[in-house]
Write a protein that binds this ligand. Structure first.
Ligand SMILES: Cc1ncc(C[n+]2csc(CCOP(=O)(O)OP(=O)(O)O)c2C)c(N)n1
Length: 548
């Protein structure tokens, strides 16, 4: 068999049923091997979108996401989605074609040193130099991407190696590196848990990565510990949990941020003290002792020192925590804050109020539906006003914050979960970043729903210009947007535009009821802002809730 055939066979043996990509000269043997193969290929209309679709596929299922691109511009187009996967610790296998071994270093047509380019944005990268190494490299790449703290791995395969005759070596089961919990640290943590009067669980994306939602809920249900979540963790704490405070951080809820500032113990579960979460780091949870649970030792003490650290898979560490009942007075106080700072949907204006719209969508769509976001104000409104029962159902570009993520990610989700309701919530700026993927939706008859929240602005940047740059609105006005519904119609996708609050309920119902792909274009006031906001450099209890 050829190297290209080996790749496809190995993917099939590993259970990979779907891949996303875009062909070109240096990857043609692999595309030839795909012809009639059991692995189904989805042609996106841009390599960046292939990467995001693979990310959507893996984030919404836990199955490995795979993307293909040719050498040179094909590979560099993948870079943004690989970086996105890196920032959010997503397992992704990126396969790139490379010019033939003999031409490497000669500035051959479409030659780019992809290995070099990728080093800072992958968990690991390989260039296959000898055909006999191909099988082992690919198996190792899959293992590295999916084990420990997951992440993207790139394998660059020169064209002659794709064409070379190779032997298929049987699957070598690589040894898993399993960090062991330090029992002294467990004892320290359990002492801290017993002493704490005002504890908070700070839940991060690690719970999703470890698939440890059940263990997390067991801990919370037994302790009643109030919980805050990062953007990536939303859905890990089940929506009916009594002491769920929702998202914390720059656009987190007021009760969540205040509770963290007041707490005396922060139990950090698979989170990394990201700057969007902490605000001014020195003032973040400054009265609290910290217990840090993470599989990646490099995260412990990176931004905040911990009094006790449990470095292991959450499946192993979470059950070792003691389960003292949380102090009643603290719970009463938490409940009072939740009531006092509850979200409000009684917007006085006649225009569409995005928080109301999203809350309505959340109530109307099936509870196991998946929401993929783009980046901006609309992304924060989704995080604030929608409920999720699994982190697999809320996909948002968290670490990298990449505009253009939503539509292709939704395509990947719909391929992986063909019977589920899948929607992308986008802004009028973000949707244009990968609008060509409407063609991929049509080509594959995917029933992906699209909600464009249109403020004719790059809203999140506009809000910062308003608040911190003296209303100098430099290059954020998008009053020349195309008619999004007409644009989608060109791709054979139906939809409607709404401009008034009174139209929201029916429009959301029509969107949810639609059988095929559908676009709802909701026009909102160009001055609507996301509140609360923790200004840069401020502590999380210094939230702003209006423009002064
Ligand atoms: C690829 C990329 N370029 C630039 C940015 C910076 N940025 C963050 S939010 C934003 C505005 C997004 O506008 P829109 O999609 O219309 O959403 P809105 O904030 O209006 O809801 C920009 C430009 C980014 N996050 N990603």
């Amino acid at each position: 068999m050829t190297g290209a055939e080996l790749l496809i066979e190995l993917l099939a043996k590993h259970g990979v049923k779907d891949v996303f990509g875009y062909p070109g000269g240096a990857i043609m043997p692999i595309y030839d091997a795909l012809y009639g193969a059991p692995v189904k290929h989805y042609l996106t209309r841009h390599e960046q979108a292939a990467g995001f679709s693979a990310i959507g596929y893996t984030r919404s299922t836990g199955k490995l996401g795979v993307c293909f691109a040719t050498s040179g511009p094909g590979a560099t187009n993948l870079v943004t989605s690989i970086a996105d996967a890196m920032m959010d610790s997503i397992p992704l296998l990126a396969i790139t074609g490379q010019v033939p071994t003999a031409a490497i270093g000669s500035d051959a047509f479409q030659e780019v040193d992809v290995l070099g380019v990728s080093l800072a944005i992958t968990k690991h990268s390989y260039m296959v130099e000898r055909a006999e190494d191909l099988a082992e490299i690919l198996q190792e790449a899959i293992h590295v991407a999916t084990s420990g703290r997951p992440g993207p791995v790139l394998v660059d395969i020169p064209k002659d190696i794709q064409l070379a005759q190779v032997n298929f070596k049987p699957w070598l089961a690589a040894e898993d590196y399993q960090p062991q919990v330090d029992l002294n640290e467990v004892a320290k943590a359990n002492e801290l848990l017993k002493e704490a009067k005002m504890p908070i669980a700070y839940v991060g994306g690690g719970v999703h990565a470890a698939d440890a939602q059940e263990k997390l809920m067991a801990f919370l249900n037994e302790t009643n510990m109030p919980a805050v979540s990062t953007l990536k963790a939303l859905g890990s704490v089940l929506p009916d949990y009594e002491y769920d405070l929702g998202m914390l951080g720059m656009h987190g809820g007021q009760a969540a941020n205040l509770a963290v500032q007041e707490c005396d113990l922060l139990v950090c579960i698979g989170a990394r003290f990201d700057d969007r979460v902490t605000g001014n780091l020195s003032k973040f949870a400054s009265n609290a002792k910290i217990i840090h649970l993470d599989i990646d030792a490099a995260e412990v003490g990176k931004r905040k020192p911990a009094e006790a650290s449990l470095i292991a898979d959450l499946h192993d560490s979470l059950p070792l925590l003691a389960h003292p009942k949380t102090n009643e007075a603290w719970l009463v106080h938490i409940k009072e804050m939740m009531v006092k700072h509850a979200w409000r949907y009684d917007y006085p204006g006649e225009t569409v109020f995005a928080p109301y719209l999203l809350n309505k969508l959340s109530q109307t769509m099936p509870s196991n539906g998946v929401v993929c976001c783009d980046v901006g104000q609309h992304q924060m409104w989704v995080a604030q006003h929608m409920k999720f029962n699994s982190p697999k159902n809320h996909l948002s570009s968290g670490g990298a914050g990449t505009m253009g993520f939503g539509l292709p990610a939704a395509i990947g989700v719909q391929v992986a979960r063909p019977d589920d309701f899948v929607i992308t919530v986008s802004g009028d700026g973000s949707i244009m970043m990968n609008i060509q993927e409407l063609a991929t939706i049509r080509r594959n008859n995917l029933p992906v729903k699209i909600l464009v929240i249109d403020n004719q602005r790059l809203g999140m940047v506009r809000q910062w210009q308003q608040m911190f740059f003296e209303e100098r609105y430099s290059e954020t006005i998008l009053s020349d947007n195309p008619d999004f519904v007409a644009l989608a119609a060109v791709f054979g996708i139906k939809g409607q535009t709404i401009t008034k609050a009174s139209e929201v309920d029916d429009a959301v119902q029509a969107l949810v009821d639609s059988k095929g792909p559908y676009i709802l274009h909701a026009c909102i006031d160009d001055k609507d802002n996301v509140w609360p906001l923790v200004p840069p450099g401020a502590a999380n209890d210094q939230m702003v809730t209006e423009v002064k």
